[in-house]
Design a protein around this ligand. Structure first.
Ligand code: SAH
Length: 244
């Protein structure tokens, strides 16, 4: 899968994509990440990418021309609504990015992420260029770069072959068919400062362990994220389990 990132701070991405899973996925050729400098598509001497908002107000906005030109020159033959290549605008006003969005977008072959800055981006980018406007949470970042790094990381680690063990992605938080949290996990030592690991995990009884994990995951979800239990589960399994 190929990710394109359009930004005025290309150096920002020297960090996030050079470590761990994403770096290994790039080395293995499973993921390609191309960082594009928005200023390459400006035509004036100062490489201006921003301008004042019509109607007044604080701050500056990213101008539409360089953003449209960048996307049109990265994908000259792209047609609107194309299924294999999607343009995403990172925005505090977007739909919330979550694991199911990551699964859906992970199915396309190329994704182009537009990083806003300043007070945001001229609305014509959202309405006439981007296929989707996505937010990574209900807070305001100072730029789309951190959000783009989050989106690339979440999608890349789900690509087949990126994680060593394919099961890792299946049994994670939000990834099971009912989208609850992962169960609590423990490693050695079995006793640490008087705190013992639940005995069942040391028992070697795989069926009991499986059942304990399931219940512990439900308990933790109920405690920390009860909103997840209230969502309708895709296979309706949750209702039965909560009721028992
Ligand atoms: N004035 C805007 C915020 C602009 S913040 C508003 O109130 O909605 C500048 C840029 O940071 C945005 O254009 C967007 O690209 C990015 N950004 C800010 N918060 C974000 C979030 N929660 N998710 C994704 N991108 C975000």
């Amino acid at each position: 899968m190929t990710f394109h990132v359009l930004t005025i701070f290309p150096e920002f991405f020297a960090g996030p994509f050079e470590h761990g899973v994403v770096a290994r996925a790039k080395e293995a050729g499973l993921v390609s990440i191309r960082i594009h400098n928005l200023r390459d598509w400006t035509s004036d001497r100062h490489k201006t990418v921003d301008d004042r908002p019509f109607g007044g107000g604080e701050g500056m906005l990213l101008k539409p021309e360089p953003v449209f030109q960048a996307v049109e020159s990265i994908w000259p033959d792209r047609k609107p609504g194309e299924a294999e290549r999607k343009v995403v605008l990172l925005s505090a006003q977007g739909r919330r990015f979550d694991q199911s969005t990551a699964e859906r977008l992970g199915a396309v072959s190329e994704l182009l992420l537009i990083c806003g800055r300043y007070e945001g981006v001229d609305e014509r980018v959202a309405s006439h260029l981007a296929d989707e406007e996505l937010s990574i949470g209900d807070y305001v970042l100072s730029g789309g770069e951190l959000a783009a790094a989050v989106v690339v990381d979440v999608i890349a680690r789900r690509i087949t072959g990126v994680l060593g063990n394919e099961d890792s992605a299946v049994h994670e938080s939000f990834s099971q068919s009912d989208r609850i949290l992962d169960c609590p996990q423990y490693t050695r030592p079995a006793e640490f400062r008087g705190l013992r690991v639940p005995e069942v995990l040391l028992s070697g009884n795989h069926e009991q362990i499986r059942r304990w994990r399931r219940q512990a995951a439900l308990d933790k979800t109920g405690r920390l994220r009860p909103d997840l239990l209230r969502q309708p589960a895709p296979d309706c399994r949750m209702d039965k389990e909560i009721g028992k």
